[in-house]
Ligand binder design. Sequence first.
Ligand code: IPE
Ligand code: IPE
Ligand code: MG
Length: 251
Amino acid sequence: MGEPMTVAEGLAGVRGQALPRHVAMIMDGNGRWAERRGLPRMEGHRQGVKAAERLVRFVAAERLVPCLSLFAFSTENWNRPRDEVENLFGLLERFVREQAQELVEEGVRLQVLGAVEALPASLLRAIREVEERTRRGDVLHLAVGINFGGRWSILQAARRAVELARAGKLAPAELDEVAFAKLLPTAAVPAPDLIVRTGEEKRISNFYLWEAAYSELYFTPTLWPDFDEGALLAAIRDYQGRRRRFGKVEP
Ligand code: IPE
Ligand code: IPE
Ligand code: MG
């Protein structure tokens, strides 16, 4: 291990090699971050939102990658205490409302992925508004998973396929991997090259499933509120050292 690198050095380093096109983040560890400080879990979520804002700003300003996903609320997170769920929705609503103008200015297109109809009406409205306002952003495609689940996503595509088949617009033999992927709610984002999970656990927790078939996985014990620019650059550097074979034999 050499001297710790500055962000500028880290940036210069990763720019010397092929960068991922899509980095997806499982933002875990907010609760533990707070508990370790004797603070309520909610404070961890507040700091977590700050970390997300900082990272988006950095990625967009540096044009580091063209697509970034943030997993913010899973279909299983409804099973948390009601006040935590409500607080999270409140934070997410504030995030999209307060960030909207900056996202427009930075050229970020925000797309929310998930069963949004089940979300509180005011959050859903805020999501629709920010998606509309940032529609033309072409610097960074920011996909935020809210009430998202990998299984939900695959089910959505399966339902659409059934509907198309019923309407006589899709023959079973036409439904191959390419056609199916186009029916997924994630169709507009490329498959993630790199999936990063913070907070110690080594699992996918129902995040991207279909899309993760050949993603490189990076796990770090760093808790999400502490995940900063340098931590992202370290993850990308690690990714750049991987050999992606996609089932082939190396030449
Ligand atoms: C944030 O971390 C991720 C969300 C599901 C909102 P957690 O709230 O899961 O934090 P830990 O895992 O309890 O530390
Ligand atoms: C994964 O974190 C979901 C999000 C980051 C939104 P969880 O904290 O919900 O995952 P588990 O329960 O540890 O698998
Ligand atoms: Mg967790």
